[in-house]
Design a protein. Structure first.
Length: 93
């Protein structure tokens, strides 16, 4: 009689680093959009800074997951945040 071997794979294992990155992405992204849409110029500048702080998390996560479209879009967002801080930078279009 053959013995059955069962292998169980837990696909829901998420590392602490991944959780922290996702939390940082959510917080910096939401805060950046809320602040950038403010009518106060000084608050808008802070929004660009916070958005820029979240970009390394986006770049790492999209590169690690091989999401090349999102990685490219993240580069565009990074440049847009930089352009918000430094309006003298040339535009993409």
């Amino acid at each position: 009689m053959l013995k059955r071997r069962t292998v169980t794979v837990n696909l829901s294992i998420v590392t602490l680093r991944d959780r922290l990155l996702q939390i940082l992405i959510a917080i910096t992204g939401a805060l950046a959009i809320m602040l950038i849409t403010s009518p106060h110029a000084d608050v808008v500048r802070v929004g660009f800074i916070i958005g820029l702080l979240g970009q390394p998390c986006w770049l790492y996560c999209t590169f690690k997951a091989r999401q090349w479209g999102m990685f490219g879009l993240t580069l565009v967002f990074t440049y847009s945040y930089l352009r918000g801080l430094f309006p003298a930078l040339p535009g993409l279009f």
